[in-house]
Design a protein around this ligand. Structure first.
Ligand code: C2G
Length: 129
C-alpha cells in the first residue's frame, strides 16, 4: 500500500495539472493532494488566485484518482504534512527539481516532467490580451 502526496495551487485547472495528478496517482495506491490556500498563494506569487481555495479544492477532490484533499497553509509545514498523511512518495513537477530533496529522509521524492506549453500564468496573459 503506497501513499503518494503532492502539492499545488491548481488555479484555472488545466491539462498540465490533470497530467501530473494522474501520473502521481499511478505511482501508488492512494493520492493525497495539498491545495495551497488563497493566503499562501498571495504570499508566494504576489497575487490572489483566480479561483478561491474552496473551488480549487472541490475540482481536485472530484477527480476519480484523487483520494484526499487538504489545504496547504504554509510551505514550511511540508515535512509535517508528509508525516501526518504517512506519505511514501512526494511528487512534484520538475519546475521544483531539487527543492524538496530534504524530504528524502522520510519519503521518496519524485519530480515529474511538466506538461509543455501550458501554465496558469500563460492562460491569464492570453485572456488579458
Ligand atoms: N504542472 C505541470 N505542468 C504544467 C503546469 C503545472 O506538471 N504545465 C505541475 C507543477 O509542476 C506542480 C503542479 O502542476 O507540481 C501544480 O502546479 P501549480 O498550481 O503551479 O502549483 P504551484 O503554485 O507550483 O504550487 O508547495 C508547493 C506549492 O504548493 C506548489
Amino acid at each position: 500500500m503506497k501513499k503518494v502526496i503532492t502539492f499545488g495551487t491548481f488555479d484555472l485547472f488545466h491539462i498540465g495539472h490533470l497530467n501530473i495528478l494522474r501520473r502521481a496517482a499511478a505511482l501508488g495506491n492512494e493520492l493525497i493532494v495539498g491545495v495551497s490556500t488563497d493566503k499562501l498563494n498571495l504570499s508566494k506569487k504576489n497575487r490572489a488566485p483566480i479561483y478561491c481555495q474552496n473551488s480549487r479544492a472541490d475540482i481536485i477532490q472530484s477527480l476519480k484518482f484523487v483520494d484526499e484533499v487538504f489545504f496547504e497553509e504554509s510551505l514550511e509545514q511540508k515535512r509535517q504534512y508528509i508525516l501526518e498523511h504517512k506519505a511514501d512518495i512526494l511528487v512534484m513537477g520538475d519546475d521544483w527539481e531539487g527543492r524538496f530533496d530534504e524530504f528524502n529522509d522520510i519519503c521518496e521524492v519524485i519530480y515529474l516532467k511538466r506538461t509543455p506549453s501550458i501554465s496558469t500564468t500563460e492562460i491569464i496573459e492570453i485572456i488579458k490580451e
